[in-house]
Write a protein that binds this ligand. Sequence first.
Ligand SMILES: Cc1cc2nc3c(=O)[nH]c(=O)nc-3n(C[C@H](O)[C@H](O)[C@H](O)COP(=O)(O)O)c2cc1C
Length: 208
Amino acid sequence: MFYDMTGRDHGGMQIPFTALVVPRPIGWISTVDGQGRVNLAPYSFYNAVSGSPPMVYFSTTGTYGDNPTKHSRRNAEETGEFVVNMVSAELAEQMNVTTTMVDYGVDEMKLAGLAPAPSRFVKPPRVARSPIALECKYWKTVEMPVEEGREAHRATVVFGRVVGIHVDDGIVKDGRIDTMAFKPVARLGYSEYTTTENVWKMRRPDDP
Ligand SMILES: Cc1cc2nc3c(=O)[nH]c(=O)nc-3n(C[C@H](O)[C@H](O)[C@H](O)COP(=O)(O)O)c2cc1C
């Protein structure tokens, strides 16, 4: 089977592009708007792109009702700050609640019954129960190319610089992060998810 992705006639097949790049980490983005109202939403077009300085991105796809963009992007651009919260296995259901399309200004953290915890360098609060939170300063936005006739699907990538990191002491073992202690949730295709259930080590051939 081969899909020509340059056209949109795929013989009625639903092209599972996002089911092919898996598993994807989930950036659970908290922001505030100009009035300080909290916003929280999951983004699986999310990743780290640089270690020095530490940089991350999340990508918003599609328009949002009558609004030209999703709230996380709007807030990050308007206030210059966002926080990436880690979704541990025990927070999967709450993460799912926060994807709900609600009116601008509605606090999805509250909607999901999650308590906020203050951040140190940025205004958006972090999710208190999240074992890892990255405090970020907005850097820039990059617009992705738009497919003809599919303007409403346009994607926009928001980059930020990580300026502070919260780590729950309970997931640190011998000075290292113990991934199995919090089992990060990752996105697969469709409505499928996975968690980290095993960890192994592999040294590089040129490691001393
Ligand atoms: C696991 C998961 C991952 C998602 N990833 C993305 C994504 O990468 N980009 C996107 O635009 N929407 C994504 N969504 C949908 C958004 O979470 C949803 O549109 C949300 O309402 C946006 O909220 P906001 O407007 O407050 O930012 C995802 C939803 C789920 C459940």
